[in-house]
Ligand binder design. Sequence first.
Ligand code: NAD
Length: 485
Amino acid sequence: MNQQAQIPNYINNTWMQSEASDQLNVTNPATGEVLAQVPLSPVEEVNQAATAASNAFDEWRRTPPVQRVQYLFKLKNLLEENIDDIAQTITMECGKTVSEAKGEMRRAIENVEVACGIPTLMQGTNLEDIASGIDEFMIRQPVGVCAVIAPFNFPGMITFWFLPYAIACGNTYIVKPSEKVPLTMQKIFQLLEQTGLPEGVVNLVNGGQETVNAILEHPEIRAISFVGSTDTAKAIYAKAAAHGKRVQCQGGAKNPLIVLPDADPQFTVNATADSAFGCAGQRCLAASLAFTVGGAQNWFTQAISDTATDRVVGNGLDDGVQMGPVITQESRKRIESVIQSGIEEGARVLVDGRYPKISGCENGNYIRPTVLGNIDPEGEIAKTEIFGPVLGLIHVQTIDDAINLINSGSYGNMACLFTSSGASARKFRYEAQIGNIGINIGVAAPMAFFPFSGWKDSFFGDLHGQSWDAVDFFTQKKVVVERWN
Ligand code: NAD
């Protein structure tokens, strides 16, 4: 691909240059280099994709599930063969390290593997003789044309929480990637093309807000999956519902960890650092706050500060780099200003990662790992999603204090506990009002055979991505009562 060229859409099995009047630069966050141009596709191109998907639907839903999943088996093999290439692209446009990018693609592949089980997962139920000679059964049928609107931080994986299940269940599909990282989906759609999927089953439309609005308003698009920030999630949930669509929206997060005095110190510090600073803190499951309980403060504070200081920061393509840049200059400036307001609220700077010099990457968007102590639990920095490599420490006397503070927050994406006490672990998982729970785990990311949860302001809807929730989301139930004399 010509690196400066405008990237195409993929509609009805054809790569098409957009007629968009506006386009944006796709920029390598590690270097500032412009990699390509992404079109902000207009309404007409969403309409074209919706028509292609709608025309493909009838034949695709009649294709037996066992045949439909043959395309996913091919896709799984193609993704395995091309994982290094896709990971390089993720690193170039998103900034994470190559090993983080490969980890992301492993999670994507895992979802394809689970969706290959659709002939079993999609089965309904039945009961004979609900009355004499009358049988009743429930079958699942696909919903129709469905679409995903994806965020920047996992350019490959997040679409795979939905797409494999959607098409395996007999739906046809439209992907709208983040305009900040659209190149990974170019690669993935080249592989989808190689599977030989029939025309119109999967479609790719690049763009921004106007493109999304056209998707939300299109009468042929029956279901929307969204992942992104909370404000956008709320707005998309309301708008999609107002247009009569099925909708699931994953939002932002402010993820706390609790460190009890009986936790394994070295293990806890390493897991916390990986959670807070991995992917430059731009995971929806990144630790943002650590509650140290009682005596844990003594060993945790210095050790996490030392680990943060030692992280090797640079271009994620380079060997030995442990943390890459954040996505944009705007993002870097926003994170710096949140750190500053935390300091003004009384936070103590234990490690200040602002304004680093990364040799050879002077135009990259870098912030080194930052650790702030003495965070005010009621302050803005304790409540705002930072989405950068910043960990705030709050000291409390008991696990109840920590759980109460966690439950008073507005988000509910992930919380983790480090302990060697089974009773404390059970109390925590029972009482925390949070969707994804980790016990002695720093990033509690559900495997593909479980739903990816999220509560409160981290999720709007009722069925999540992945696993049986995805099967429920991408099918509608039909109940048949039948008598044959
Ligand atoms: P974002 O909300 O800015 O963008 C997400 C998508 O929505 C993009 O495709 C974008 O084009 C579109 N969009 C943005 N503003 C819009 C608007 N006003 N109208 C219509 N469409 C709009 O999110 P982001 O910055 O790309 O991603 C980071 C956010 O995603 C963080 O808040 C993170 O916590 C969240 N996230 C959540 C999960 C989860 O599972 N809960 C997973 C990954 C990321």
